[in-house]
Ligand binder design. Structure first.
Ligand code: AMP
Length: 283
C-alpha cells in the first residue's frame, strides 16, 4: 500500500492511473477503522482496479470541540488493517494540507436546503457544511470514479449526493451507499463505540432494539406515539436522545401520519454519557 501525505503526491498517482485507464474507488474516513469501513473498501475493491482510503479527522465538521479532541486515533492498527485488506493507497493529510488557508477556512456555503434544517442538521449546527467542505476538497484532490459511503450515516449520504449535484461532480463520480455493518448484538459499528465504558457498551444496543421495535410496530395512521414511546424507552435506559424520528426515506421530511405507501426510515441520535451515537433503519 502506498501512503500519501500531500495532495500533490495523490494527484500525480491519480493522473498516472487515469492515463492507464484504471478506475479508482474512494473511501473517505476519519480512522479508528472497523468492519464497517472495511466493508466499504471491499465494495470499492470489487468495482475498481484501484482503491483509495483517506484518514482525516476533519476539524470543521465537529460542532463540539471536546468531541474532536477525544476522537479515537488508532493509526498503526488502521494501516495494518488496510494493508491486510489489500487497499492500494492511503491518503493521510494534515490539517494544514486540507486547510492551507487556516481555520476557519474560506469555503463556499453549500446550499443544502431542507436537509440542513432537520435531524443532525438541526442538532449539529454547521456539521454538514464542514462535511461538504472536506469531502469537496478530497474529491477535487482524489478525482475518483466511484465514491463509497455507509448507510449508517443516512443523512450524510443524502448531503453528499446533493454536494455532487451542486458541484456538477455527479457527471463523473458515482456515489455507492453500502449497508450498515453491526456488532453481533445489533449495535451499529462506529469509531465512537471505542469511547464507551463496558457498561455503556452493554446499554448501547438499545438504540438498535428501539429502531427494530418501530419497524415491527409500524402501522398506517398516527406515528407520533410510536416515536414518543421509543424516545422514552431510550431515556429509561440511560440515554439522552436528541431525536428519534420516522421520516420519508427520500426527503427526510418527518412523517406524523402514514398512508402505508411512502417509503420510511427511522433515525435516532442519542447521548450515552459523553458519547453521541446515531443509527437508522429503513422501514
Ligand atoms: P467515519 O470514519 O465515521 O467518518 O466513516 C467513514 C465512512 O464509513 C462513512 O461513509 C460512514 O458512513 C461509513 N461507516 C461508518 N460506520 C459504518 C458501519 N457501521 N457500516 C457501514 N459503513 C459505515
Amino acid at each position: 500500500m502506498i501512503i500519501f501525505k500531500t495532495a500533490g503526491e495523490l494527484r500525480t498517482w491519480r493522473r498516472d492511473a487515469a492515463e492507464k485507464g484504471l478506475q479508482t474507488g474512494f473511501v473517505p474516513t476519519m480512522g479508528a477503522l472497523h468492519d464497517g469501513h472495511l466493508s466499504l473498501l471491499k465494495a470499492a475493491s470489487a468495482g475498481n482496479a484501484l482503491t483509495l482510503v483517506s484518514i482525516f479527522v476533519n476539524p470543521t465538521q465537529f460542532n463540539d470541540p471536546a468531541d474532536y479532541a477525544k476522537y479515537p486515533n488508532t493509526l498503526d492498527r488502521d494501516i495494518d488493517l488496510l494493508e491486510k485488506a489489500g487497499c492500494t493507497a492511503l491518503f493521510l493529510p494534515s490539517v494544514e494540507e486540507m486547510y492551507p488557508e487556516g481555520l476557519p477556512p474560506s469555503a463556499p456555503h453549500y446550499e443544502l436546503g431542507f436537509l440542513e434544517t432537520v435531524l443532525d442538521g438541526a442538532y449539529r449546527p454547521g456539521h454538514f457544511q464542514g462535511v461538504c467542505m472536506v469531502v469537496h476538497r478530497l474529491l477535487k484532490m482524489a478525482e475518483p470514479d466511484n465514491l463509497y459511503m455507509g448507510q449508517k450515516d443516512y443523512q450524510q449520504c443524502m448531503v453528499i449526493d446533493r454536494l455532487l449535484e451542486l458541484t456538477g461532480m455527479n457527471g463523473h463520480i458515482s456515489l455507492h451507499i453500502c449497508p450498515t455493518q453491526r456488532e453481533s448484538d445489533g449495535l451499529a459499528m462506529s469509531s465512537r463505540n471505542l469511547r464507551l465504558s463496558p457498561e455503556e457498551r452493554h446499554q448501547a444496543t438499545a438504540i438498535y432494539r428501539e429502531l427494530k421495535a418501530i419497524r415491527e410496530q409500524l402501522h398506517r395512521g398516527d406515528l407520533i406515539s410510536l416515536k414518543q414511546k421509543a424516545a422514552s424507552n431510550l431515556e429509561a435506559q440511560g440515554f439522552r436522545p436528541d431525536y428519534i424520528e420516522i421520516a420519508d426515506a427520500r426527503t427526510l421530511q418527518p412523517v406524523g401520519e402514514w398512508d402505508g405507501k411512502r417509503p420510511l426510515v427511522a433515525l435516532a441520535a442519542a447521548f450515552l454519557g459523553e458519547v453521541r451515537l446515531i443509527d437508522n433503519m429503513i422501514m
